[in-house]
Design a protein around this ligand. Structure first.
Ligand code: NA7
Length: 551
């Protein structure tokens, strides 16, 4: 439910039957990345640009993820566009962590404020893109058969937009309703009086469980991997706080742009064992009470030293055991198999407290695996759990999934899915060898999901727009990442990851390990957004080192 209904009359018209609509740049997606790309390329460079968006409204992730409890884990006032100070001043965030409808309202506001809708075709899913070498153009086809030819193809498809629906036998026989959180119906789902099964305990499941439990007759949470979570400590924002942020904005913005993570908090520069046991405990307590993702920034070695990480883990385990009253449930919730934060750590609002409710039960599917879905509900080795609704909070085919679900063919007809059969291969997560003039916003190999996303997105779009402006100024028609540059960058991404604890989490989506058959490659770049920005700037300043260009 976009809060502002789009005005259909202002839409770019569909190409007529048989027509191939010619463009300077075609953008796939109208979330944060697509919206900003339209603004920069159309309004600052005067390019003929269209964005094609599969959804019926703008917003990307925030259009689709309408599940109960959906919220951002970055602080509202930092999770926004920074390119326009007037926009920053104009928008009032109501809570520390914004709910999905508020972010969607914000993105609709941005679309209106910058008059972006006239360049967006909604309900238009891109199915294929093929590079025409003779004309140096991308030929793009949509599900409805519309055709476009564009000099530049820019994917703004998001990192977490290809829903992962597990292949559990028997789903088609289920007598109730099932839904995936990343594809939530606009009309909502009424849980009143219903027996609900929630499969998955990542960030999404952990946000949804307390809200569903409060509405449903009964909730069964099916947990495969116990997850650490730190309280969000969400609260409303008042005028005084908002004014303080606005006054300090120039320095906060500079910090977010130069920081490792794009967030406003700075990771502490102290080692876990450089302080006394009492001091360490006090620091964890303070971080727990402050809440949010910054818990992992309370010591500099938490993500590189197993013993340091174990200390943080032990603290969180103890906290959870202090909340959950039933000892068996508490034990199942804290039987962690990976170091803290090596899988994306959720932040929650009363997730663990939810298991103290009479109408909530945890089923540990490591102990009693799901065998199949039957008409009455979910069958595990311990018997059938009768259900009216199954909610799949089972995540996404992350980072590469949204790109590979489009049939993209580059030079010589090489398909992206073949080029990436062993895992993604990119230069800076921005360009792909063999795929000229294709730019991947927050693609695999860029810091993306390990940062505050809008900051990473702006950096990418700024760089892409700068590159396109340079190509045009130089009279160049093509740019393409070299295989050597992609291999060198890929090796660097792996080397940086391997120096941390992140790759030790066996089932992490950062590694592609949540999707059966997906190559195990650590996809996001862990070198930090500030450092990455400097690398990208140097590449540009040196005439796009690692890319070849052609007239
Ligand atoms: P996640 O973090 O990938 O979590 C998915 C959850 O679903 C996780 O607990 C998985 O268990 C579970 N899962 C996945 N497949 C299955 C099957 N087949 N059976 C049982 N359980 C399964 O996705 P989210 O949507 O929560 O979060 C995605 C990101 O959005 C998040 O990290 C933030 O960046 C925002 P597993 O751990 O794989 O054993």
């Amino acid at each position: 439910m976009p809060d502002t209904e789009p005005d259909l009359a202002t839409f770019p018209p569909a190409p007529a039957d048989g027509e191939v609509r010619s463009l300077d740049a075609l953008i796939i997606g109208a979330g944060f990345a697509g919206l900003y790309a339209i603004h920069l390329l159309r309004d600052r460079q005067g390019l003929d640009v269209v964005a094609l968006e599969a959804a019926s409204g703008v917003g990307g992730t925030w259009y689709w993820n309408r599940y109960p409890g959906a919220r951002c884990d970055s602080e509202s006032w930092s999770y926004c566009f920074q390119f326009d100070d007037d926009l920053v001043r104009a928008w009032q965030w109501s809570e520390r962590y914004p709910r999905q409808p508020e972010i969607l309202r914000y993105l609709n506001h941005v679309a209106d404020r910058f008059d972006l809708r006239r360049s967006i075709r909604l309900d238009t899913r891109v199915t294929a893109a093929r590079f025409d070498e003779a004309a140096s153009r991308w030929l793009v086809t949509t599900e409805a058969g519309e055709r476009y030819a564009a000099r530049f193809l820019i994917t703004a498809v998001g990192c977490l937009s290809a829903a992962n629906i597990p292949d559990i036998p028997g789903l088609e026989h289920f007598g109730g309703t099932w839904v995936h959180t990343g594809n939530w119906p606009e009309a909502g789902v009424d849980f009143t009086g219903k027996r609900v099964g929630l499969i998955g305990t990542g960030s999404t499941g952990i946000q949804a469980a307390p809200v569903i439990a409060a509405e449903a007759a009964h909730l069964t949470v099916f947990q495969r991997t116990p997850n650490y979570s730190v309280p969000a400590q969400n609260h409303p924002l008042d005028e005084t706080f908002r004014n303080r942020i606005k006054e300090a904005w120039p320095s906060l913005k500079a910090r977010m742009r130069s920081n490792t993570n794009g967030h406003p908090y700075v990771p502490a520069d102290r080692g876990t064992f450089e302080v006394s046991d009492e001091q360490r405990r006090a620091i964890y307590e303070q971080a727990w009470n402050a809440g949010g993702l910054s818990f992992r920034a309370s010591f500099r070695d938490m993500m590189v030293d197993r013993a340091a990480n174990d200390e943080a883990s032990a603290f969180i385990r103890e906290k959870i055991r202090g909340i959950v009253k039933d000892p068996a449930t508490a034990a199942a919730l804290t039987a962690f198999d990976h170091p803290f934060a090596t899988k994306r750590p959720p932040i929650d609002t009363e997730y663990f407290e939810t298991f103290n409710r009479d109408n909530v039960r945890l089923v540990d599917i490591r102990a009693t695996p799901i065998t199949r879905i039957v008409a009455e509900g979910v069958e595990t080795r311990a018997g059938v759990v009768p259900l009216d609704i199954i909610v799949f909070a089972t995540g996404f085919d992350a980072m590469t999934g949204p790109l590979l679900r489009i049939d993209i063919a580059g030079r010589g007809g090489t398909r992206l899915k073949d080029a990436w059969a062993e895992g993604p291969r990119t230069h800076l997560g921005l360009g792909v060898p063999g795929f000229p003039n294709l730019f991947t916003i927050t693609g695999p190999g860029s810091p993306s999901v390990l940062t505050n996303m809008p900051v990473a997105i702006e950096q990418h779009v700024d760089w892409i727009a700068g590159c396109i402006a340079w190509l045009r100024a130089e009279g160049l028609a093509r740019i393409e990442a070299t295989p050597d540059a992609a291999d060198t960058w890929g090796a660097h991404v792996a080397e940086v990851a391997n120096a941390t604890l992140y790759p030790t989490a066996a089932s992490s989506w950062y590694l592609g390990a949540n999707v059966p058959g997906k190559p195990r490659v650590f996809m996001p770049y862990l070198g930090g957004l500030g450092r990455y920005r400097a690398v990208c700037d140097t590449v540009a300043a040196e005439g796009y080192r690692g890319f070849t260009v052609a007239p």
